[in-house]
Design a protein around this ligand. Structure first.
Ligand SMILES: C[S@@+](CC[C@H](N)C(=O)[O-])C[C@H]1O[C@@H](n2cnc3c(N)ncnc32)[C@H](O)[C@@H]1O
Length: 300
């Protein structure tokens, strides 16, 4: 039986729109419209039990899942939602032991989910150009308890000359112009390795698909994933009026060898869309250098 202790993570659940994620701290309490919730009252209780507030409302003490962390994440940027992450993980066959390349860490929502799936033997190598977002992501990744399986790099892949990553199983791209990094990503992926790009608009899908074909990718597929909530009640079950509208489209593809020329594969570059030329930034990791070195060595 899993009992709640001081420092245990707990989702205080009142209903779907009123829930609070917290790490138990015995002297803390918080005030809500349904009354006061004292952390100390949760200590010693089994996950799943309930508390009664001073306004006589029941609040359930649930063990948080990755979904709860993702939905409560601090948003520095637009994030990838669980509805899309589920498809990304299954379509790309992401699992324990895999090496994942991610471009555009953002708030670290996708990073945390994927790290929780590739652990304990796999690793996520994630890149972002913006240090402010990297710090937000670092906190979110830590909250989700997967820091050990993530290495953050402050680097612009569009301009980086050498990146010591190879044989990546999957590459995840979430930036405005994903087609620009396709040649670089191709070099880091293993043969038949998967790409997923997060594209909020159809114009991005078009440009990206052109670059994927140009760079010898196959099994190209663009999809949209929509969740419809149902309000199930006796005698009056119907679609909910609430729900998320459009979030993004997803573009999937796999690295292939078209055999256009004898050495076509690794030297292939998109001719139509060239990488933007900017000053090359030096790699800087948010994590401790020791950890970064260790994981990079392991994977190379
Ligand atoms: C929409 S956010 C990513 C959100 C993330 N997938 C999540 O679930 O939290 C896009 C991120 O890409 C980063 N970015 C933009 N251009 C980049 C580049 N050339 N290299 C690396 N990161 C870049 C931005 O700084 C931003 O943090």
């Amino acid at each position: 039986m899993a009992k709640i202790k001081n420092k245990s993570p707990v989702l205080f659940f009142y209903n779907n729109s009123k829930k609070w994620l917290a790490k138990i701290s015995k002297n803390e309490s918080f005030h809500t419209h349904i009354g006061i919730l004292k952390h100390a009252d949760a200590i010693g209780k089994e996950y799943g039990s309930r508390l009664i507030t001073n306004k006589d409302k029941y609040v359930y003490l649930l063990e948080p899942t990755m979904y709860d962390y993702a939905m409560k994440i601090q948003h520095g940027t637009q994030i990838v939602y669980p509805k899309d992450i589920g498809y990304i993980i299954t379509r790309a066959g992401i699992g324990d032991g895999q090496k994942i390349l991610e471009i555009g860490t953002g708030s670290g929502s996708l990073t945390s989910f994927v790290a929780s799936v590739v652990k304990p033997r796999g690793h996520v190598y994630t890149f972002d150009v913006d240090e402010k977002f990297m710090q937000i992501a670092e906190k979110n990744i830590k909250k989700a308890g997967v820091s050990k399986y993530v290495t953050q790099h402050n680097l612009d892949l569009k301009t980086a000359k050498k990146i010591h990553l190879e044989d990546m199983d999957v590459a995840l791209i979430d930036l405005g112009d994903p087609w620009v990094v396709i040649p670089q990503v191709r070099q880091m992926l293993k043969g038949s390795g998967c790409i997923f790009a997060i594209c909020p608009t159809m114009n991005q899908l078009e440009k990206l698909t052109m670059a994927l074909v140009e760079n010898e990718f196959t099994d190209i597929e663009s999809t949209e994933h929509i969740i419809r909530n149902i309000e199930a009640r006796e005698g009056k079950t119907r679609h909910s009026f609430q729900g998320i509208g459009h979030t993004t489209y997803l573009c999937f593809a796999r690295k292939a060898f078209f055999g256009r020329t004898a050495k076509s594969t690794e030297t292939a570059k998109t001719t139509t869309i060239k990488p933007v030329k900017k000053a090359v930034k030096t790699t800087k990791t948010v994590k401790k250098t020791k950890t970064v070195k260790k994981s990079t060595k392991k994977s190379a």
